[in-house]
Structures are given as C-alpha cells and as structure tokens.
Ligand binder design. Structure first.
Ligand code: SF4
Ligand code: SF4
Length: 774
C-alpha cells in the first residue's frame, strides 16, 4: 500500500537489509494500480474457482496510504471477486496512526479489514528496536492502538500481535506484556537472518547452542501453565504439524508457499522476507499490468517453493523434524555459497524448540484433547474432576466465562452491523465505560445473565426477522459498569413492561406497562433516573427503585437475584420480586446453610466461596423440591426455597457441582457429541442423553458425600435428619452413582478426559464401600 514508514525500526527488512529496492518505488499505490491489482486477483480467483482469497495490506506502513486508497482497495477487491469467494482482508501496521484515530479504526472495521499490530513486548522490549524517526518511544502509541482495536466494538477486526524476538528481552515479561492487552492471537518471529548475516547472539553467551529456542521455550512453558490461553501461532503451528494437520505459518512446515507480493509500482515479487538475502532477491520481472498470477506461478522463484521436501538441502531431508520444520523460513536458508540449499540459519533453535514441544505434547494425559484456551490448566481440570476444585481452578473457570462473554459481545456487534441493528449511542457508551473503568466492565461480564442475554440478543438478530429490543439491555450493562467503576455518565434507556433492570444493582419499576424512556445519570457511583416524557414530569412518584437483594453468610455474600429479566434460564418458573418477609427467610436459611457447608463439607467450600455468585428463587412445587442450573449462567443456581438449612446446603452443593461441570464442558470435549443414544439413569424413570448422565453422576457423587457426612456427624443439630435417614440416603445415592459410572464407562463414548473424570468419580465413591461398618 505504501513503500515508506513513519517509524524507523532497526531490524526492518524493507529498509535495513541488503535489498534497497524501496528507494526506486513510488510512495503509494495509485488508483490505477489498485484497480489493476484487484482485477488480477479477481481474474485468478475466477479462473481457479477459489473459495477464498487472503489479501494482506502491507508496507512500509500501509496506513500511510490514506483512507481513500484503503477503502478503494477493499471495495475494488470485493467487486472483482465472485459472491461465492470469501475475501479475507488483513492489514499489518505498526499501530502508531491508530493510537488516537477512532475514525480510522472504524473505517478498517467497516471495511471488514482485520488488523495485526507489531509490538515486541513491554516498553523496554519494544523500544529496543521500534523507535520513531527521532528516536523516541513508540510504545504508548502502540498500546493505545491495541486497546482501541481490542475494545468490544472493534474486536472482531483485531488479529493480534506480531512480536520479533530479541534475546536481550526477558521472554516471560514480553509474553506477559502482550497477553495483558488481551489480543486474539500472538505470533513470535525469529529475527530475520541468513548464513551471511547470522542472527544476533547475546554478548558473552555465544556458547549457548540454541538461544532462540531457549527464549521461546520459556514462553512456551509459561503459556502452557496459563492453559494456552492466548493462541500463539508458532506453538500452535508446531502442534498442528506434529498432529499431521499442517503448519499455520509460512515460517514452518513443508506446505508449498502460495504467497505473492505486489509492490507499489505493481511489480509482482516473491515473499518480501527474501529482501534480507541479496539485493533484488524477491524480484521476478513481472507486474500486474502485463502478467497474470498464473504467469507468476510459473516463475522459477515461485516454482522453487513448491517442491516439498525434495527442494530442501540434504541435511533437512534427513532431519527427524523435517515434516514440522520444513527447513524454516525460505529466506533464512540463504548463503552466498549455496543459495537457498542450506538448513535454516536458525536450525539449532528450530530443532530444539520442535523437540521440546513434541515432548511436552506427549506429556499431556496421553490421548487427551489439548487444553483449551483461557487460562485453564490441566491441574485445574484434575482438581475439579476429583470432585472439588480449589479457588484457583474456579477463578480460572470464571476467567474463561469472562473471556467468552467478551467474544460473544464482539459477535453481537458484528451481527448488529450486518443486519442494520447497530446503535452508535449504545456502543459508544460501552466503549466509554470499557475505556474508563476496564475492571468494572470486565467484572460485569461475569454476571451470570450477561451471556444468557447476549445469546438471546444474537438469536433476535436473525437474518429473516430482526428484533433488536434486547440490544437495549447493553445500555443497562454500561450503566451498571459505570456505577461500579465510578464513571460519571449519562444515558437514556427504554423501560419495557413496567420495569428496567440495571444488572447487578437493582430495578426501576414504573406504574405503566407501556414503553417509557428514562434519563439515567451516574454520579460518583450513584444512579438517578427520570422519566423523559411529560407524564413523568407530572408525577415523580411513578418511578421506584428496588436494589438487588443480597444474602450474607460468614465470608460469603451472594445475590438473591429477583430483578434481572434474564434469570429465567433455570428450567423452572421464577419467583417475581421477593417480599421483605421472604427475603428474611432466605437470609436465615442461607446463613445457616453456609455454616453447615463450611463446617461439614469443607472440601466443597473453597470453590463455592469464589464461584457461587447468585441464587435465583424459583417457585415452589407442592410435590418436589426444585433446583437447577443453566449452562450459560456461570455462578448462578436456581432454587425454590426449602424448609431447612440442611436441605439448602445440600441443594447448593449439588447445583454448584453442575455449575463446575457445565463450565468444564464448555472447555473440554468429555464425550462424543455424535452419540445421541439415551441411557438408563438409575435415579430416574426415563432415559437420558449422555451429557445429562455425566452431569448427574458428577453431582450425585457430591450428594452421596453430603449424606455420608451427615451419617458420620456426631451430634446432629436440632431439626436435622436422623442418622438412620442419612444412612438410607447415603446408600441409595452411593449405589446409584456407581451404577451410573458403569453405564458411562460402558458407553465407550467418553473422551480420555471424560474417562478420567468418571474414573476419579468412581474411585472416590468406591473407596467409601471399604469403610469399616459400611
Ligand atoms: S514498522 Fe515495519 S515497515 Fe516500519 S520500520 Fe518498522 S518494521 Fe519497517
Ligand atoms: S531443524 Fe534444521 S535440519 Fe531440521 S528441517 Fe529444520 S532447518 Fe532443516
């Protein structure tokens, strides 16, 4: 897009290496050249009936080309491609121009351009090479750009970071600095080097044989401990290639290169990394005005990249990791003596890194699915599978919920745009709160019903019919986050059906069921509201505020949620606003129940202390005790108020087991989803699908444990069940749980991780059979 740059990185392959062709190139693409490039790409896609085409807008700094050229390129590409061909349009930038230019960000998002930003880690790391032309730091600008692109409204267009490794940078500090900015992906790049110009080594450490591997391995170890929470392309590529699924990057693997570069004068070149080899190395003598991409394909330079392993040097062909490494990046093989007929100049590093990742993958429970993203580790899985899970494991689960909600929010924005339901006022409010009170905003995302709302709002934005009313709730979320984060803020909201809920805080009730608009003002954490209509001015008593109720236990506070409209996800009918008398009854029971849990069921308490956030009162049934959880509402349990604290303690433990397992099922495949058989369930008359059987087994192991504790209780408190009754319940649930374990194992549909969970459950319950006096 543009052949110059607005900063001056010391390692830049465009300006700082042997190829100096940039000096003779026009600054920017002209409109004619843009049109010609788009036409050539369209011509190639039509001729080969391509399903998709990836175009990366590159530089120098591509944003220097200006908005008009970028828009023209995007629209010309779209018009030249058939509707059946997907355009994957990307842009790689140093981020400086995006730092304070929301309009430019919006343009990129609106044009469907996914943006990658170059950032080398923390301030020290980044400023080692990536400085402005005057030598000043670019770090603050790039971080502002990353935050702008990572904000909910822009996030769908954020690709992540490219980070070039420098051995003088601390690898973990660099990794942490990047992860702190919550990018969708990171890629770590080995510095560009050839056998003529080998990569820098740390002074005094020349004896270290593979320092870049050591650097990356430190990141890999930390990343693995973090549960591989942020995709890192170099590691994911190695894992993918090890699993036989091919590499994800041109820098690794044996897949033929399918990349062509078009410069600002329209010349077609080979991969631009070749600029480091020798002056003119990427040149082909072809251009988009006179030559098609098919002609470029036939050029010897491109042909040399399609010869699979046969095109590699003898050393590489005999290498044990050649399938994964593929000789590294083509440019890194160059020497003046042999051309590209060498192993990579990073050979020792590649061999050590790939071998390390290979060994590490094999160490994971053999045959298991890989840990999924979001800060969750296998040790957390083991802790929860063993029946409990401590604070750390549950906090990691909560982080996954938060991260998942952020992504759903981004999907919602995209869908709203696609179907014309986008409201600038709403998303500006979200942006403002997210920027000014990021912690409060993030913590609101873990409110259990945000996900329930977001999914329903997405459903409402179907392509056939659009109901955008649910999107109004996002304004209420922004108001709640503003109040919690101390952001002063004003926003109008619509109250529907006689009420308006401000999530996690409370609800306004109106004495009219028709839609009314409220002007809300948040000042130092206090919300005030007024009806905007004339009717409102005339009658100030039409609006009443009811704060959300809370329940206090010793060391645990949870919400008694009776206001959030999305709490109706718990299978059974919900209670409307609870009375003061009913709330007092809940408070008495909850306080006692939590004391029972902390005293008699200590293994379950730590997880509940950090994970149980909400109880939704359900309507009571004359025939049975109602309780339920909802997979999407992490931290919430629905319970019809029981009569005794013992009952409530049991229900809380039982339902929180479902909360934990539901969150695990969101992270891991525990069974084969294609198994649609129904299974005998020993505690029900009807047959149930595999997931329900798994959920029931995990929860009923805990129920068995509770009855066992009651059986063993020395002095039952007043009003508790007798030891005989406890014994009967204990034996009943113990035997049925063990039967269910057998059915699950016999299904042959559990994944290795699913089997692990069921085996641990079975072992725990079976051990009780051996207890003296059983
Ligand atoms: S931002 Fe990119 S193009 Fe600009 S100097 Fe740095 S490496 Fe080179
Ligand atoms: S590790 Fe070295 S020898 Fe093996 S394929 Fe890679 S570059 Fe070639």
């Amino acid at each position: 897009m543009h052949s110059r740059c607005d900063i001056a990185c010391t390692y830049c392959y465009v300006y700082e290496h042997v190829d100096q062709s940039w000096r003779s190139r026009p600054l920017s693409l002209t409109d004619d050249t843009i049109d010609r490039i788009a036409w050539r790409i369209g011509q190639h896609a039509h001729a080969h009936r391509l399903d998709s085409v990836r175009v990366v807008l590159h530089g120098g700094e591509p944003l220097l080309a200006g908005r008009a050229r970028i828009s023209r390129m995007a629209s010309r590409l779209r018009s030249e491609l058939a509707p059946s061909t997907t355009l994957d349009l990307r842009l790689q930038t140093n981020g400086v121009l995006l730092a304070d230019d929301e309009a430019l960000c919006r343009l990129l998002v609106d044009e469907g351009i996914t943006v990658g930003i170059s950032l080398d880690g923390d301030r020290v790391a980044n400023d080692r090479h990536r400085l402005s032309r005057s030598g000043s730091s670019t770090f603050d600008q790039v971080v502002r750009a990353a935050k702008r692109m990572g904000a909910p409204r822009n996030r769908t267009s954020f690709a992540g970071f490219l980070c070039t490794i420098d051995l003088d940078n601390d690898p973990v500090a660099a990794y942490e600095a990047l992860v702190d900015l919550d990018p969708p992906r990171i890629d770590f790049l080995l510095p560009h080097a050839t056998w003529e110009n080998p990569p820098p080594r740390q002074v005094g450490l020349d004896v270290v044989p593979a320092p870049y591997a050591d650097w990356l391995i430190r990141v890999f170890e930390r990343w693995t401990r973090d549960g591989a929470s942020t995709p890192i392309r170099v590691f994911d590529s190695i894992k993918s290639a090890l699993a036989g699924r091919g590499s994800l990057t041109e820098a690794l693997g044996t897949e033929p290169s399918d990349l062509a570069v078009v410069e600002t004068d329209g010349t077609i070149e080979q991969a631009d990394s070749l600029k480091i080899a020798y002056d003119g190395a990427p040149a082909t003598g072809l251009d988009v005005f006179s030559h098609s991409f098919d002609e470029a394909y036939a050029h010897e330079g491109f042909a040399a990249r399609r010869v699979d392993q046969d095109g590699l040097c003898t050393t590489c062909r005999q290498c044990p990791v050649v399938e994964v490494c593929g000789g590294g990046l083509y440019a890194h093989r160059y020497s003046s003596a042999n051309g590209f007929d060498n192993p990579s100049v990073h050979c020792a590093d590649l061999l050590k890194l790939i071998t390390h990742v290979d060994a590490s993958v094999r160490e994971v429970v053999p045959g298991t699915t890989e840990p999924k993203p979001h800060g969750f580790q296998l040790s957390h899985f083991e802790a929860i599978a063993a029946g409990f899970g401590g604070e750390e494991a549950i906090l990691a689960l909560r982080e996954t919920a938060e991260s998942g909600n952020l992504n759903v929010l981004a999907m919602l924005l995209k869908k709203a745009r696609d179907v014309g339901a986008y409201s600038r006022v709403t998303w500006d409010a979200v942006d403002e709160v997210e920027a000014r009170a990021p912690d409060a905003f993030k913590s609101l995302l873990t409110h259990p019903y945000v996900r329930v709302w977001a999914d329903r709002a997405l459903d409402g934005l179907g392509s056939d019919s659009v109901d955008s009313s649910a999107l109004d709730h996002l304004r209420a979320i922004a108001v709640a986050a503003a109040a919690r984060g101390g952001v002063n803020f004003e926003l109008n909201l619509a109250a529907r059906g006689g009420s308006l809920c401000i999530p996690t805080l409370g609800t306004y009730s109106l004495n009219t069921k028709s839609i009314a608009e409220l002007a809300l003002r948040v000042d130092s954490g206090i919300i005030t509201a007024n009806l905007t209509s004339d009717e409102g001015d005339a009658g100030g008593d039409q609006l009443t505020w009811r704060p959300r109720r809370i329940l206090e236990g010793d060391g645990l506070t949870v919400a008694l949620e009776d206001t959030d409209p999305y709490r109706d996800c718990h299978q059974w009918p919900i209670e409307p606003l609870v009375s003061d008398q009913e709330a007092a009854a809940w408070q008495r029971l909850f306080h006692q129940a939590w004391q029972i849990i902390e005293r008699d069921h200590t293994d379950y308490a730590p997880a509940m202390r950090v994970g149980l956030s909400t109880i939704v009162p359900l309507t009571r049934s004359a025939t049975h005790q109602r309780s339920a959880t909802a997979r999407k509402a992490f931290g919430s349990v629905g319970i019809a108020r029981p009569d005794t604290a013992d009952e409530l303690a049991l229900l809380l433990i039982h339902e929180f087991q479902h909360v934990k397992l539901g969150a695990l099922l969101d992270l891991f495949d525990l069974f084969d989803p294609s198994d649609t058989r129904l299974y005998d369930v020993s505690w029900r008359d009807d047959k149930r699908p595999l997931e329900a059987l798994l959920q029931g087994t995990y929860a009923h192991a805990a129920v068995t444990d509770v009855w066992r504790a009651r059986l063993l209780r020395d002095e039952p408190p007043d009003g508790s069940v007798s030891a005989r009754t406890a014994g009967e319940h204990y034996v009943f649930w113990r035997d049925r749980t063990l039967q269910a374990v057998d059915v699950l194992i016999g299904s042959k549909s559990l994944t290795p991780l699913g089997e692990r969970l069921v085996e641990l459950t079975g072992e725990r319950v079976s051990r009780w059979l051996d207890e003296p006096g059983d």
